[in-house]
Write a protein that binds this ligand. Structure first.
Ligand SMILES: [Mg+2]
Length: 464
């Protein structure tokens, strides 16, 4: 037997991956970078370890990283491969919509670390994949005057790029400037428009005091957070005619065959949703999304029975247990969790599997960076009833420059993402140069220390 020379021994040692000791892996730090224009604000997460291995996660689009920061003291020193144990420890600190962003974003980083430590892709740890490519569905806006024909052409362009599943907005925002299309308490719609204008203009007005700016933001929040049943807004017959005509024009351009989902109807009550749904049922839409707040289980059941278009909700629901009432009531035909709100990758798969038992399909909401996107790709690959994954960033050229790895470039090719086989999410590195160019103007700093959060603690137990 030939013994290696010290030189070759050193050489060999330099190629040994120290993180091949997963049982010794420990979390040592958690840091963030906030980017803007992707197209949303995204807070990217790095979870560091004692073996040089770094896991990538992301807080839900539009959420503050504080939701993740407060988890740091509960995770330092722990083995990130014990994903379910750590998830159960931190899940009490998550909530619906953006409040689920911290717990979910950290859970994603733990899967990335476990995959990198053991050398397997995340989908494999979930039980393997049902498909090699993930169908992306493409959200689309129009520039200039918003007409059905223009929207049809914008959607047609997506189809020419290979997209096989589409989504557009349809709702009262398209009727605001049409006389006689909406009925509401007199002056209410004008007040909404004024408060919105005042808040958006205040952000550019350097002469305002902090208190004045805060007050404008709060008054804007108040009026736009009046839930659908309480606004008193109704769509008139003329309004219904216009919305129906819009969908007819879109279908005339894109044809009858491609699936088309519809979102953002505006804050109208159940009865108006039913009237609108019945008008557009004949255009065989893929689904109508978030017509009313997801919490109104019985209203969802009534809506689902009253129309033939599939009813969909879920992007603001945290945890599997909160999807169950809608499924039990027969309120939805499609569920639409966001991995970064629902509780992360494993919770999303569990939600999909539960929905499957009720004969309900799972689409996935996603408006985030390639980190959140690939987290969704692994969950989608490993869930049988998956339908399509949302994609908001077709027009953001630098979107997939943020990540480095053995991944297709562009990440989305002809409307699909190929499920990566590399360890973890499949991302080797983040491209700090690209991220630095797109930092959020109000939230500067790239992976800066977060030591202030190392010892945050309270007696957090949900029972005595
Ligand atoms: Mg939506």
């Amino acid at each position: 037997m030939v013994m290696p020379t010290p030189e070759t021994y050193e050489n060999a040692l330099s190629h040994v991956r120290t993180f091949s000791s997963p049982s010794e892996l420990r979390i040592t730090d958690i840091r963030f970078a906030d980017i803007a224009g992707a197209p949303m604000h995204c807070s990217l997460v790095k979870v560091y370890t004692n073996q040089g291995l770094v896991g990538f996660g992301e807080v839900r689009d539009g959420a503050d990283k504080a939701y993740a920061l407060l988890l740091k003291s509960r995770l330092l020193g722990e083995n990130p491969c014990q994903i379910d144990k750590l998830f159960r420890r931190i899940k009490q600190f998550g909530g619906h919509a953006r409040q689920g962003g911290g717990v979910s974003g950290i859970e994603v980083a733990l899967w990335d670390l476990a995959g990198k430590a053991y050398g397997v892709p995340v989908y494999q740890m979930l039980g393997g994949k049902f498909r090699d490519r993930i169908r992306m569905y493409c959200d689309t806006d129009v520039s200039g005057k918003d007409t059905g024909t223009r929207m049809g052409h914008a959607l047609k362009e997506r189809m020419e790029k290979g997209y096989t599943f589409l989504k557009m907005d349809l709702g009262i925002q398209q009727l605001l400037h049409e006389p006689g299309a909406l009925s509401a308490p007199l002056g209410f719609l004008e007040e909404m428009a004024e408060r919105s204008k005042a808040w958006y203009e205040s952000r550019r007005n350097g002469a305002l005091s902090d208190l004045e700016r805060r007050t404008l933001r709060s008054r804007h929040y108040d009026i736009f957070n009046i839930a659908h049943p309480f606004t008193g807004i109704h769509v008139t017959d003329k309004g219904l005619d216009l919305l129906e005509q819009y969908v007819a024009e879109v279908r005339a351009v894109i044809g009858p065959e491609v699936p088309l989902a519809i979102d953002h109807f505006g804050h109208i009550g159940l009865e108006d949703c039913i009237k609108l749904g019945r008008r557009i049922d004949k255009y065989h839409l893929a689904w109508m999304e978030d017509m009313i707040p997801w919490q109104y289980t019985e209203q969802y059941a009534r809506l689902s029975r009253a129309v033939t278009t599939p009813i969909c909700t879920g992007e603001d629901i945290y945890l599997k247990e909160n999807f169950r009432p809608l499924l039990e009531a027969g309120g939805v035909s499609v569920i639409h969790p966001d991995v970064l709100t629902a509780g992360g990758i494993l919770e999303t798969k569990k939600i999909g599997d539960m929905a499957q038992e009720y004969g309900v399909a799972m689409a996935i909401h996603m408006a985030e960076s390639p980190i959140g996107c690939l987290a969704a790709v692994h969950a989608a690959a490993a869930t049988e009833n998956f339908l399509a994954l949302e994609y908001h960033s077709v027009d953001i050229e630098w979107w997939d420059d943020m990540i480095v790895g053995k991944l297709p470039k562009p990440l989305v090719e002809n409307g699909f993402i190929t499920v990566p086989d590399a360890p973890g999410l499949g991302i080797e590195e983040l491209n700090d140069e690209v991220i630095a160019r797109h930092l959020h103007p109000d939230i500067p700093g790239l992976w800066e220390p977060t030591d202030d959060w190392n010892d945050y603690w309270s007696n957090d137990r949900l029972w005595s």
